[in-house]
Design a protein around this ligand. Structure first.
Ligand code: NI
Length: 141
């Protein structure tokens, strides 16, 4: 087992009640695990907050398959950044909609900019970029 340190946290009871309701809703069975996840999330968010930080990203979006030129525009933008895009997975949702998940690696600022260009295309209806910090040696300029 990892090296665990126990420490006490003081919190006003109203805030603690809210926290307990929140973590029960999310399915946590212990305050400790919920607290650890929240700390990890804050630390990761802080690391990818810097534009020069290295990160891995997953960009998911849904688009209207019948929108004129959308597929060639999406592919064109992806071909502009071959060194940043690791892979793309395409799913045909129904007759008119497709979903793609694009895996990326690079500096946070570059990945955010690639994501913004893809998500702002006419026909892309919904999308989100997830970033997680990468060890520096995993990404090359
Ligand atoms: Ni499709």
């Amino acid at each position: 087992m990892e090296n665990l340190t126990r420490f006490g946290v003081s919190m006003d009871s109203a805030l603690l009640e809210q926290f307990d309701r929140f973590i029960a809703q999310k399915g946590y069975t212990s305050r400790s695990e919920a607290f650890r996840d929240i700390v990890r999330e804050k630390l990761a968010a802080d690391r990818v907050d810097s534009p020069q930080a290295f990160a891995y990203g997953a960009l998911a979006y849904v688009y209207d398959h019948h929108k004129r030129e959308i597929e060639s525009q999406l592919t064109g933008l992806q071909h502009d950044a071959p060194e940043r895009i690791i892979s793309t997975t395409h799913v045909h949702i129904d007759h008119g909609h497709c979903m793609e998940v694009v895996m990326l690696k690079g500096r946070t600022a570059e990945l955010t900019s690639i994501a913004e260009r893809l998500l702002s295309l006419k026909g892309v209806q919904l999308g989100k970029l997830f970033l997680t910090p990468a060890p520096k040696e995993h990404v090359h300029d």
